[in-house]
Design a protein around this ligand. Structure first.
Ligand SMILES: [Zn+2]
Length: 307
């Protein structure tokens, strides 16, 4: 079994803690990932408020850390900069790391910084985190701002360069601005279904359809509060979200985006780390068949990761 997952926060946590990426505790380390080679993981770089004074420099520091850590283990994982890199790594049975930024703060209002980050290996841009920025408002901001003029330029430039645009966390207005302006598939890397859990971070059915219509995917998040309004959700709730995505958007739009190392431990204790994907894959296969489970676990995201 191998998987493709659209979002984890492992890099920032590991860098901040001065940890060895191979053996660190937490949800993801390279030893655990390598058990599922040739899996593909998007490693998002998320910044604390303290790092915003020079968000670009802070992001570059984490990218340098990532390059250095991954370079120590080329037999286990390699940074992928293109679809061809991912395909090559799969052929070599080696995991792929794709670098992302969670929020456009490192770009500020300077398109040159987007180009520099691309040159350093950035291939996924989550337009906002829970803060508004020069690109758009966030779903967590009261102002409800959509894409700015600069945000529209960033969207177009990401599509031109080959940076996949991620709408998780963005405001509702920003989402629809992206949906109207996008010329290429975009994705929600780590968001669930509002119909099943009422959290503002989740997507309503019209948003799920818009992502499916553009050829994108929605990666299901393993966070309790996004899985259910009831206490102690578990694996069955993950399956319900995946099935809802399939029912609303079709078989080609459901994917994984666990948010591992970015979310607290589940109250029911139903998972402790990334190895839970093995059990989830078997559960899905038993319920939906191997063909759909393989789409959700790999094929849908690989189609969208087309840099
Ligand atoms: Zn997030």
């Amino acid at each position: 079994m191998f998987f493709v997952d659209g979002h984890c926060d492992t890099l920032t946590v590991a860098k901040t803690g001065g940890e060895d990426l191979f053996s660190r505790a937490g949800h993801i380390n390279l030893e655990k990932l390598a058990r599922f080679a040739p899996s593909v993981q998007v490693f998002a770089i998320w910044l604390t408020d303290d790092q915003l004074a020079d968000a670009y420099a802070a992001t570059c520091e984490v990218m340098d850390y990532a390059h250095a850590e991954f370079a120590k283990h080329p037999g286990h994982i390699r940074i992928a900069l293109s679809r061809a890199d991912v395909a090559g790594n799969i052929g070599d049975r080696v995991c792929s790391a794709i670098l992302g930024a969670e929020g456009g703060e490192p770009i500020g209002s300077d398109m040159g910084k987007l180009h520099s980050l691309y040159a350093k290996g950035l291939r996924v841009l989550t337009l906002t985190w829970n803060r508004g920025n020069n690109i758009s408002g966030s779903i967590a901001c009261p102002d409800g701002r959509g894409l700015t003029a600069f945000g529209r330029e960033v969207l177009g430039e990401c599509e031109r360069l080959g940076i996949l645009v991620d709408v998780s966390h963005i405001s509702t207005a920003g989402f629809w601005d992206v949906a109207r302006a996008a010329k290429k598939p975009f994705f929600a890397s780590h968001s669930n279904c509002r119909a099943l859990a009422s959290h503002r971070r989740n997507l309503d059915d019209s948003q799920i359809r818009a992502i499916a219509d553009c050829g994108g995917v929605v990666g299901v998040n393993l966070y309790d509060a996004f899985l259910s309004d009831s206490p102690k959700p578990g694996m069955d709730d993950v399956v319900r979200h995946l099935q809802h995505l399939v029912n609303v958007g079709g078989q080609d739009c459901a994917a994984l985006g666990g948010d591992l190392d970015g979310i607290p431990e589940p109250t029911s204790g139903w998972f402790t780390d990334v190895t839970v994907y093995e059990a989830l894959y078997h559960r899905l296969t038993a319920l939906c068949g191997a063909s759909l489970a393989d789409k959700i676990f790999r094929e849908n995201s690989l189609r969208v990761f087309a840099f």
